[in-house]
Write a protein that binds this ligand. Structure first.
Ligand code: ADE
Length: 229
């Protein structure tokens, strides 16, 4: 999978060198490049933003650097890549969306700052490639970088070969629409707290049943709307 990120903070993504995704990059499973948007701004101050037409607070990112930056990645014509624009105005990011991103061969992330990117950028690229606005949640971040980091981590670990034991992906929160059951390891007693005896019983059927009950109980308590779905 190829991932390109356009941002005014390319150094932000250096953390992708470490941990599981770092290994996946070294193994050539995921190829990530962070591009500096300012390299595509040509005035002396490398300006990427300006005041909004119609007035209002804040600054809007200018379309020209974005057009040059994205063209430099996808070429001048139609592209099979998916352009992802993190935005609090986008569709919610879920495990299902992470799975869809993981199935793509080329993702281009456009990290906006300030009050967002001039609307014509997505309008233009919608004519040339698939474009998705995706929100991490109902809150406002200073920019798209943290959201893109979360999306790359969630989607990247679903790319075959990234997580060593694929079975560990199956029994996680949200994979079956429920929250995960609680997990325990040794010792069996710690600070007066015992591991639930069923987990020590060796009875696989009883363990599976207990875990399922815990999932439903947790989901009912914390996220009842997931059960309604
Ligand atoms: N940029 C700013 N806030 C955001 C959010 N909640 N999700 C995605 N991108 C964002």
């Amino acid at each position: 999978m190829r991932i390109d990120i356009v941002t005014i903070f390319p150094e932000f993504f250096s953390v992708l060198d470490i941990s599981l995704l770092g290994k996946a990059r070294q193994a050539g499973i995921i190829e990530v490049t962070a591009h500096d948007l300012r390299a595509f701004a040509h005035d002396r101050h490398r300006t990427v933003d300006d005041t909004p037409y119609g007035g209002g607070a804040g600054m809007v990112m200018k379309p020209e650097p974005w057009g040059e930056a994205i063209d430099s990645i996808v070429g001048p014509a139609h592209s099979d890549a998916l352009l992802v624009v993190p935005s609090p105005a986008g569709e919610p990011f879920t495990q299902a969306v992470a799975r869809e991103l993981a199935a793509e061969s080329h993702l281009v992330f456009a990290c906006g700052r300030y009050e967002g990117i001039d609307q014509r950028v997505t309008d233009h690229y919608e004519g040339r490639m698939r474009v998705r606005l995706i929100s991490l949640g109902d809150y406002v971040l200073n920019g798209g970088e943290v959201a893109v980091m979360a999306m790359i981590e969630a989607a990247g670990r679903l790319v075959p070969g990234v997580v060593g034991n694929p079975e560990s992906l199956v029994e996680e929160s949200h994979e079956d629409g429920l929250l995960e059951y609680p997990s325990y390891t040794k010792p069996s007693a710690w600070r007066g707290l015992e591991v639930p005896p069923v987990l020590l019983s060796g009875n696989h059927g009883a363990v599976a049943e207990w875990r399922r009950e815990q999932q439903i109980e947790r989901t009912r308590r914390v996220r009842p709307e997931l059960l309604a779905d």
